[in-house]
Ligand binder design. Structure first.
Ligand code: MTE
Ligand code: MO
Length: 442
């Protein structure tokens, strides 16, 4: 009996790789002799014997354990985690991109996401000097400068105020920056992954400015400062501050993650990520831009005439195909759902066109709802791949009529010495083998 079971065990293992005719014959033989013995031993042994024999025979229904037994008990983990089968979907840092991991970036795996919302654990991270898990009981937000009544708020005081929830994208001004000169990175995670989109909950900055009696006539600028040692500081306009800027404590239904500014961050819809100050501790109203270190040196664009463009206040219309994208492989000819994301700091996405021949012909993609202002918009389009080489591109147009440019159109205006604010059309080449590569098409 032991011998029979061993034979069955070995065959079953082998079947995980191949089902050679030899092994099939051996399995049938082993099963016949095993069944005979089991019958001879009487009814008691039969059920177990048949079950074991079935495991060895591919023609008998072999039910997986999850259809025949009890599952895990509740609360195996108090905070739910993704399936073990999804463990390769991770934020990733680009090796060698920065010298210090505390002043670096981890990229969102856009190729593995669906819809428009970025799960909190996969939100990209950009720190100028590392992240902290700040104790909310000791955290304060000061509102001062050109205000009648300077105020200091605790978290409890802020969270009593009327709150709003809004879905917006956040994109680092350096997103796609490595692609400015040439093709630099292999996948959409590294080329476009300094991009996320969440539902934020918090109080409108205008509410706080109102409570402090801000001089919104002469105080045309607002400074936001973070509580990390680099005291990240950025100027925004009073116009934006009174419009849709939020002081947020929540992201996708839960408190902010420490990496993303817990317990408080500024949300500046449509504006580059650096203005979304994390660990927000101070708001100052002033009558001119503050010209802090973070705005005169960082995230500036060297223009063709040699001047530096500062205070880029809007992330221009942009899109990217996330599947198929660099590093992926098409398994066979035939139907594919080409999918991607489009966004604009100026408002809603109006239309996305997709080309499969490097920009000669364009078809209009389906926009999936909801199509929200200053949020990611998901697009899909049908494609039958005939097995020949193809170059996939997407081109977004926003409600203000701005059209996503080709890389050479962008270079014509911005020159060749920029890093930041690259919203050019992305090209993915599908080779005959089905492998997908990052390429530049002029
Ligand atoms: N306090 C503070 N705020 C900060 C930063 C920082 O280093 N410190 N980085 C900024 C930059 S450059 C970006 S792109 C965004 C990134 O936000 P995230 O880490 O939540 O993705 O935060 C911004 N706010
Ligand atoms: Mo950034």
């Amino acid at each position: 009996m032991d011998r029979e079971v061993n034979v069955l065990g070995r065959i079953r293992k082998a079947q995980e790789n191949t089902l050679s005719p030899d092994l099939m014959a051996e399995a049938r033989k082993a099963r016949r002799s095993f069944m005979g013995k089991a019958l001879a031993m009487g009814a008691g042994a039969t059920a177990a014997g048949v079950a074991r024999a079935a495991e060895g025979d591919p023609k008998i229904l072999n039910l997986p354990a999850h259809t025949t037994s009890l599952g895990q008990p509740v609360a195996t983990s108090g905070y739910g985690m993704p399936s073990v089968w999804e463990k390769n979907l991770q934020r990733r840092a680009s090796p060698g991109l920065t010298r210090v991991a505390a002043a670096s970036v981890s990229f969102t795996p856009l190729q593995g996401l669906f819809g428009i919302i970025t799960p909190n654990g996969l939100h990209f991270e950009r720190h100028h000097q590392g992240w902290f898990d700040v104790d909310p009981s000791g955290h304060r937000l000061m509102v001062m400068g050109m205000v009648k009544n300077p105020r200091v708020f605790t978290m409890d005081e802020l969270m009593r105020l009327p709150s709003v929830s809004r879905i917006h994208f956040i994109e680092c001004g350096a997103n796609t920056g490595m692609e400015w000169g040439n093709v630099a990175v292999p996948t959409v995670q590294y080329s476009h992954g300094m991009l996320s989109c969440c539902e934020y909950t918090g109080v409108r900055l205008s509410t706080l400015l109102d409570m402090a009696g801000a001089d919104t006539q002469n105080g045309r600028y607002v400074l936001a400062e973070g509580a990390d040692g680099s005291s990240m500081t950025r100027t925004i306009s009073m116009k934006a501050a009174l419009d849709d800027v939020m002081v947020a404590w929540a992201m996708n239904g839960e408190m902010l993650r420490p990496e993303n500014g817990y317990p408080l961050r500024l949300v500046v819809p449509g504006v580059q990520g650096v203005s979304w100050v994390k660990y927000l501790r101070r708001i100052e109203v002033g009558d001119k831009p503050f010209y802090t270190k973070d705005e005169v040196i960082h995230y500036v664009d060297l223009m063709p005439d040699g001047t530096h463009r500062m205070f880029t206040s809007v992330q221009e219309v942009k899109s990217v195909i996330t599947t198929p994208s660099g590093g992926q492989a098409l398994l066979d000819k035939g139907y594919y759902n080409v999918t991607g994301l489009a966004w604009s700091g100026r408002g809603r996405i109006k239309r996305v066109d997709v080309s499969v021949d490097g920009g000669r012909n364009w078809r209009t993609a389906r926009l999936e709802g909801p199509v929200l202002s200053k949020a990611l918009t998901r697009f899909n389009i049908d494609w039958i791949w005939d097995g020949s080489p193809a170059v996939l591109q997407s081109r977004a147009i926003d409600e203000t009529g701005h059209v996503q440019p080709k890389i050479n159109q962008l270079r014509a205006v911005r020159g060749t010495r920029s890093v930041y604010h690259n919203n050019a059309i992305q090209s993915w080449k599908v080779s005959e083998s089905g492998e997908v590569f990052n390429v530049q098409v002029f």
